[in-house]
Design a protein around this ligand. Sequence first.
Ligand SMILES: Cc1cc2nc3c(=O)[nH]c(=O)nc-3n(C[C@H](O)[C@H](O)[C@H](O)COP(=O)(O)O)c2cc1C
Length: 357
Amino acid sequence: MSSISTRKKDHVELTMSQSSQYIRTTGLDSIQLRHNALPECSIDDIDTSAQLLGRTFSLPLFISSMTGGYDKATQMNAVIAEFCETLDLPFGVGSQRAMLEDSTLENSFTIVRKKAPNAFIAANIGGVQLIGNLSDEKIIRMTESIEADAIIVHLNPLQELVQPEGDRNFSGVLSGIEDLASKVGIPIIAKETGAGIDAGAAKKLLNVGVSVIDVAGVGGTSWSKVEHARLMKADVKHASSDYVSHYESDMYARFNEWGNSTRYCLESLQSLAWEREFQIIASGGIRHATQMIKARCLGAHFVAVAQPVVQIITQEGLDGLFRWYDLWKKETKMLMTLLGVNHWNLLGSHCIISGDS
Ligand SMILES: Cc1cc2nc3c(=O)[nH]c(=O)nc-3n(C[C@H](O)[C@H](O)[C@H](O)COP(=O)(O)O)c2cc1C
């Protein structure tokens, strides 16, 4: 197995453990939603549909980019694709770097379009892979192999720095994104992987042609913790040229809780949203519909979820995902009834009473 394939496999296994999650929270829990004693609507009339990039979906729920690039990932991507095709949800594949470097790994990605001919599917590539610009040939392979509706560029400097074999140079990512945006005819979504995009970074991304910011903030999966756990695995330690001392391990551990919370990112984007036209996805620790509604009240147009999806697939398969969706939708409808709001677009800051930061 190539080193990227082994790493992608490790990631899925390590994120199964609760210890891969931040201790810090999204910050959304301290927000209180406003109860409406006179909702004047029926739960049966609540419309949970929402729009992203001009398409309407059954729920504002994006299944985040996760996997691809090794054998078992094909099955996982097939399940995600079938789930999203059946329930009309958008999703992203994991980083396609592996298939761009080794075309024999393409199947684990192309399976998604076979299983989901009508779904909204986003391609995925790391910002660091765009330094010096991705070749036209690679851009075409990445997008055409899955007939992508959008391209997600993930920004993950924290993860790279903790990863023994990770990248260390982050200069040129922005111009790489600008080059990509100028060459492709589909929208670009920029996301973090759990350490958060705030207004400062978002503004620069919008200036180079990004249409959607997925904040992917602190509160869920900590990629610093995941990479630290990999570092401690014997095989990774030996593959790394440096001996990882006890002191060095402690140093890496200090980055376990690094990053901007999902709530902080959403609040920091609020003034930018007045000035610029773009859509916001809230992610990083979004685990249930109550957090989704709170994120909407802070300005998000959609939410995205990663870790719970792999966990459910591993433990309960596709049926488990269907049960999870039903519960999520039921909670959404109950909440919207209790807020007296019958459409997602009508939720806003007026639905919040208070929320200490
Ligand atoms: C197993 C796993 C693999 C991931 N691989 C990728 C990836 O290849 N590309 C990417 O953009 N994000 C990747 N992510 C990050 C997620 O898309 C997401 O941004 C992050 O985990 C925070 O969301 P969560 O708290 O809901 O897990 C991965 C997440 C998981 C759990």
